[in-house]
Write a protein that binds this ligand. Structure first.
Ligand code: G4P
Ligand code: NA
Ligand code: NA
Length: 197
């Protein structure tokens, strides 16, 4: 998505350890007009698939998910809550996540009230790196017996394995910008600069 790539080019900041800072429009201050365009792009990609619910994870995924829901007939957005530990509870689905970026394990939980087997779910998130957060959301969908329609990501880091692993499983993955290389010296290189889609 040209608009998002332009925003990343002009405002993104490459940090060491393969981290792309995008606080000015995605992770701290939010560019609402850009979010609307991202929502539209996901809607175009997943139109006609009967999506009736969007699943994301707190916190940065939520705003993108709500912008996207507008284009799926204002369907509900459910977000996985991050918890450090939890008591055994029959009323929730939970799944473990290991965050490489934060070098920390945590759990996400979703109440059984908000996902059921008739749901056709689109997962939305801001970043895809190793894909552990998305894996945990898919695990929750499977526990509920719901249907995963696909995964929509704002920024995929193509040099980490998450995107390849999802595509290998045949999961419909739409990343609006794929960063294949980035360094302080060379800047940011997008996938569509290498192989025009
Ligand atoms: P993974 O899910 O793909 O395995 O990624 P990982 O756990 O390593 O990512 C941890 C957090 O960092 C996630 O946000 C993820 O969205 C974000 N993240 C990963 N790589 C980058 C990056 O290069 N730049 C930025 N800005 N964020 C990145 P989170 O901890 O769930 O926090 P939140 O921001 O959603 O609250
Ligand atoms: Na996130
Ligand atoms: Na994030």
């Amino acid at each position: 998505m040209e608009l998002l790539e332009e925003k990343i080019r002009t405002e993104g900041c490459v940090k060491g350890q393969g981290i792309l800072k995008v606080d000015s429009f995605l992770n701290h201050q939010l560019d609402v007009a850009l979010f609307e365009e991202m929502g539209k792009a996901f809607a175009k990609r997943f139109a006609g698939e009967g999506v009736n619910k969007i699943l994301t994870i707190e916190s940065s995924g939520i705003a993108i998910a709500t912008s996207t829901a507008r284009y799926f007939d204002y369907c509900p957005v459910v977000f996985g809550k991050k918890v450090v530990s939890l008591n055994l509870d029959n009323e929730i689905y939970s799944s473990d996540v290991y965050s490489y970026t934060k070098q920390q394990a945590y759990k996400i939980m979703v109440s059984k009230k908000y996902i059921n087997k008739n749901d056709r779910i689109l997962i939305i998130d801001d970043f895809l790196a190793n894909g552990k957060a998305v894996d945990a959301l898919i695990n929750v969908i499977n526990q509920a017996g719901a249907t995963l329609v696909g995964v929509g990501i704002a920024i995929e880091k193509g040099f980490q394995e998450g995107g390849a692993l999802l595509r290998q499983q045949g999961i419909a993955l739409e990343s609006l910008a794929i960063v294949d290389e980035m360094s302080v010296e060379k800047g940011i290189i997008f996938r569509d600069q290498l192989e025009k889609k």
